[in-house]
Design a binder for this molecule. Structure first.
Ligand code: ZN
Length: 186
């Protein structure tokens, strides 16, 4: 079965900046599951998958504009130090903060006595990326998955309880969720 819109794709991936070492991969974890054509992953990778089927392995270069977008100005924010839980902070470090929009990776810019300046750009914004992908499985989506816009079950969205209210969260992998004002939760 070939990958096209409204099909569920399970895949392994490794991502690097073009010409550099692997930054992140699904090695040793269960494959990532996405609903194709619903923006669950960055557009350049979603497009590159079209027409592939289970067992295919391929590499693809994705320019920043089709990945996590260009780095944007004006996404700095000052955060009280207490939200960092006493961890040692240095400029350039990436840390994950709990926000009212869920966990969010930020880059430390400046560390003061009681506040920390962070950059809210996605850590991979402005980067041209290379993905190595292995397609593990392709199947038809269920009606509920199509309605929710994401995958349920293996590798996908986990709902708790028999008839849960779906929050329609996207996988952490999805990009381009630019939020300029974030409330920090300690
Ligand atoms: Zn759902």
């Amino acid at each position: 079965m070939k990958i096209e819109k409204d099909r569920v794709v399970l895949f392994h991936y490794a991502v690097s900046e073009q010409g550099q070492e692997v930054l992140e991969s699904s090695e040793g974890r269960e494959p990532l599951a996405i609903l194709s054509g619903h923006g669950n992953i960055i557009p350049g990778l979603e497009k590159a998958m079209e027409g592939h089927e289970a067992g295919d392995k391929f590499g693809v270069d994705v320019a920043a504009a089709d990945a996590y977008g260009e780095k944007r100005e004006g996404l700095g924010q000052r955060v009280p130090k207490k939200h960092f839980g006493g961890q040692r902070l240095e400029p350039g470090m990436q840390v994950v903060l709990q926000t009212n929009f869920g966990p969010r990776a930020v880059t430390i810019e400046k560390v003061g006595m009681s506040v920390v300046d962070v950059d809210l750009n996605h850590p991979m914004a402005g980067k041209d990326l290379h993905f190595d992908v292995e397609i593990v499985d392709v199947r038809e989506a269920s009606a509920v998955e199509l309605e929710h816009g994401h995958v349920h079950g293996e590798g996908g969205h986990q709902h708790r309880g028999p008839m849960p209210a779906c929050t329609k969260e996207r996988p952490a992998f999805a990009g381009r969720s630019f939020i300029t004002v974030v409330r920090w939760i300690s």
